[in-house]
Design a protein around this ligand. Structure first.
Ligand SMILES: Cc1cc2nc3c(=O)[nH]c(=O)nc-3n(C[C@H](O)[C@H](O)[C@H](O)COP(=O)(O)O)c2cc1C
Length: 162
């Protein structure tokens, strides 16, 4: 799996006024109609019982300049992770972090037990995005995958190019 290049996101949730967030890369789109995504959450994660009880989560896709946030939300004391991090509360009640590339705010529609993890399927309540380079993850390292489009030999010109 370490040879599979991914983005990095912080999944947030809230339960009874307590907010929580943690770093993930097991995030995928499932269907466009109905708009559905999935996340895989370790059952020993603090986040697991919170998402299971609230039935809500928001996936915050990180920009290249948010590596420190990815590191902070991947360990340590959960209560201090949001210190100094601007956010607003989304329709699901979960924090939507500022400065990200995109957010996908969800209500849980299904939970599938899969070995040590639970796959949470989420119906998208709200989503947004902006243009900026993504934070990448490959071979257990944070990476900059962002070649300028005009330098990328793989890329075909698109109609919506600026
Ligand atoms: C790049 C990266 C991706 C990760 N992806 C996941 C993931 O998809 N699911 C998961 O349960 N944990 C994942 N983790 C581990 C959690 O971020 C970590 O265990 C975290 O401390 C869990 O937080 P919590 O126990 O406070 O909820 C990932 C860690 C890193 C660094």
């Amino acid at each position: 799996m370490r040879r599979f290049a991914t983005g990095v996101a912080i999944v947030t949730t809230s339960l009874d006024g307590r907010i929580h967030g943690f770093t993930v890369n097991a995030f995928a789109g499932v269907s466009a109609s109905p708009p559905t995504v999935l996340i895989c959450v370790n059952r020993i994660a603090t986040a697991h019982p919170l998402i299971a009880a609230s039935q809500r989560f928001c996936v915050n896709v990180l920009a290249l300049d948010q590596r420190r946030l990815a590191e902070r939300f991947a360990g340590g004391e959960p209560r201090s992770r949001f210190e100094g991090v601007p956010y607003r509360i989304g329709p699901s009640g979960s924090p939507i972090l500022e400065g990200t590339l995109a957010h996908v705010d969800c209500r849980v529609t299904e939970e599938l037990t899969a070995s040590t993890h639970t796959i949470f399927l989420g119906h998208v309540l709200d989503a947004g995005s902006r243009d900026a380079p993504p934070l990448g993850y490959f071979n257990r390292e944070y990476r900059d995958f962002a070649l300028r489009p005009d330098q990328d030999p793989l890329r075909q010109p698109r109609d919506d190019d600026a």
